[in-house]
Write a protein that binds this ligand. Sequence first.
Ligand SMILES: [Zn+2]
Length: 292
Amino acid sequence: MAQLTRFSSMLRAALDGGYAVPAFNVYSMESIMAVFRVAKSLEAPSILALGERYFQNMRPATARALVDSLLQANALDNGCCQIGLHLDHAIDPLSCNEAIEAGFTSVMIDTTHLPFEEQIRITCQVVEDAHVKGVEVEAELGGLAAGHASHEFSTGVETLTDPEQVHEFVERTGIDALAVSVGTVHGLYRGEPHIDLKRLEAIRSKVSTPLVLHGGSGTPEDLIRAAISRGIAKINVNTEVSLAAIQRLREELGVRPDIHMADVSKITIQAMEETIGDYVSRFNASHRLHLF
Ligand SMILES: [Zn+2]
């Protein structure tokens, strides 16, 4: 049976290849199918990221079963694709355990609201539970501001990552990827984006761990490239994919007020696919299937 692809393998290949693995938030059959189809057609290693805040939409076990069925159908078709299944922003370690049990390839524990020592303690506990099952862990230092239409539960107070804390945090926790706060925002930018590339360079000089950029929506291509060349191996996108689907549905509902839900589902997937494809290209991730 077709397998999911290991998180660190995808991220290391991206670091070596000068691109970023796109991680798209998923919360429904439509969002999962849209990412899957683009990953397949553009031959782009891709990560499906179910947030803890979307557990009311879909539990990890359901997401895993749906992804498995898509991988299986694709394998029967002799298709080739590389997919990771990731838990995004979990505040509660129990959510990480649920995703680990469900067979996710990676989990993100978000302890950014806690003091440094407490962050280390909780992250260590998640790393221990995850690694024993072959699951890998992302954690974050610092915090992102909340932009327009942000769908995160974080406080939205921006705290840029302190490069002086990075080495100790990575060493003591044993995490596999580090999310950094260098000026991107969750949601859409309210003005011109300012990415602190000097800070990113300082962080990179402290650790060789793959770095993750959250808040990819709306980040201009030149800044994305600059971030990739400074160690960013995964970029998260959420808001813009949802906004693209909503905009398309608004148009369709305007002309077809009695539209059937089955068509709403198809239109949603199509609109999401277009935006997802744009981001895959922006991250330079097309035609990047590697043999691990
Ligand atoms: Zn995030």
